[in-house]
Ligand binder design. Structure first.
Ligand SMILES: [Fe+2]
Length: 324
């Protein structure tokens, strides 16, 4: 095999200046790899739906909340009814949860509203469905009631720097929602006004930029999106950029733990700028709440970094393995 490199061939000048068979092979391999990555990024990944399931161990969770289930939908960016949207409809229709939290960017433009409502209509929750605005709602809609009204007709409660208290058979849940942080309309202090100490508090925020303030306020669970996971991720280093100037890429995707407070950042389902994702499949998120076992309190974890917490606890199901 004449293209194999032997010690006698190890001549950097010859390799770099062309003319060698090894250089030709290198460029062929690089070209084919780039082509395969581009095909995956543009033709495959944007049209998948991955289901991610987290089990969150919450300190001091009342026994009655053991197994409480939440579906998070985020960044659907719906503009039409394609295979991905139909797949999403199948998934959400077959599983009833306790709460549905939709963390914004439901649409990319006003003409997506009717289709978006059709897509999310089949999601079923026992105790409530909630929505907070994302930057796309703020930027694309001249009148926010264009989306608020039909969402409320579907049974959604739209939270704009406010909270709702649910008195459930399990106990009391306070769902808190802030307006879009990307547009600097979030006001978490206002959103928690009047909340008592007791009860399980859950924060919805379009971007993860409110998480650190939520930690300071003692809110144990925050759900966010907006980042799309960076849309392009690399092995080991993950995302290289997210549109979150206040926190940078600290909370690009996944689950994070800080001072016993949990943050879930969904990669969302849609895309920004162009239909492209790489090593960053679209996802919807199911969460089950569990009580921290005695002696394993997450409160004893004082890691100073914001790296995703214990990734093995996450169970993902690619589209092919979840087909009915
Ligand atoms: Fe967004």
């Amino acid at each position: 095999m004449s293209w194999l490199l032997t010690p006698a061939d190890w001549n950097p000048r010859r390799m770099l200046c062309g003319g060698s068979e090894i250089l030709t092979m290198f460029w062929w391999c690089a070209g084919l790899t780039a082509l395969a990555c581009a095909a995956r990024a543009f033709l495959y990944e944007p049209y998948q739906v991955e289901i991610t399931r987290y089990q969150l161990e919450i300190d001091d969770l009342p026994d009655s909340f053991q197994g409480f289930t939440i579906l998070q939908l985020s960044d659907l960016h719906i503009s039409g009814l394609g295979s991905r949207e139909r797949r999403l409809m199948e998934i959400i229709a077959r599983e009833e949860v306790d709460l549905i939290l939709n963390t914004g960017d439901l649409i990319s433009s006003p003409r997506g509203i009717p289709v978006a409502l059709q897509v999310i209509r089949g999601a079923r929750s026992r105790y409530g469905t909630f929505f907070v605005y994302g930057n796309n709602e703020i930027e694309e809609l001249r009148d926010l009631s264009d989306i608020r009204r039909p969402l409320e007709e579907l049974g959604y409660q739209v939270l704009v720097n406010e909270n709702r208290t649910l008195n459930l058979p399990h106990g009391t849940v306070h769902v808190i929602g802030v307006d879009d942080p990307k547009s600097y309309r979030d006001d978490l202090e206002l959103a928690v006004t009047g909340l008592p100490e007791s009860g399980l508090k859950i924060l919805m925020s379009h971007t993860p930029e409110t998480f650190e303030k939520a930690c300071a306020l003692g809110i144990p669970i925050t759900f966010a999106g907006h980042t799309h996971g960076g849309q392009v991720r690399f092995p080991i280093i993950g995302a290289i950029w997210t549109d979150t100037p206040r926190t940078g890429i600290r909370y690009s995707a996944g689950r994070y733990l800080r001072d016993s407070r949990h943050l879930i950042v969904s990669r969302g389902l849609g895309w920004s700028l162009m239909p492209m994702r790489f090593l960053c499949l679209p996802e919807i998120v199911f969460v089950t709440l569990l009580k921290s076992p005695p002696g394993t309190s997450s409160g004893s974890d004082h890691r100073s970094t914001f790296e995703p917490e214990r990734p093995p606890l996450r169970v993902s199901e690619p589209e092919s393995s979840t087909s009915p």
